[in-house]
Design a protein around this ligand. Sequence first.
Ligand code: THU
Length: 131
Amino acid sequence: MADDATLVQTARAARERAFAPYSKFKVGAALEAADGMIITGCNVENSTYGLTVCAERVAVLKAVSEGYREFRRVAVVADTRAPTPPCGPCRQILWEFCGDIEVVLANLTEETGRYRLKELLPLPFDARLLG
Ligand code: THU
């Protein structure tokens, strides 16, 4: 299991690969699977704007498509003084595949926040409701 600093550093490196020519707001994510593997994501924007995909979702979808199904932590990095938390749709996607994981938020120099996903999505919709 990677230490927090390594996970955050990995998210910072992923952020460098962001494709964000429109917003110029680069985000990196590093998702730790149960076996310790770290899967990264960065935001990938599109000229239509609406087809932009956030860093967190890129990481989750990459991981799931590679066969990972259990996760422990995710680090999200943006160049902001205040914490940059996952957006609403990303919280939902994270919940679907990761459940109540730890979410570590950081900027380029320091950690800015630490939450359980349940704190960020207190009343989630999920498969249990489908019966
Ligand atoms: N973005 C992310 O990648 N993750 C977040 O947690 C917040 C927002 C991206 C989407 C878009 O490319 C840019 O940041 C500005 O919203």
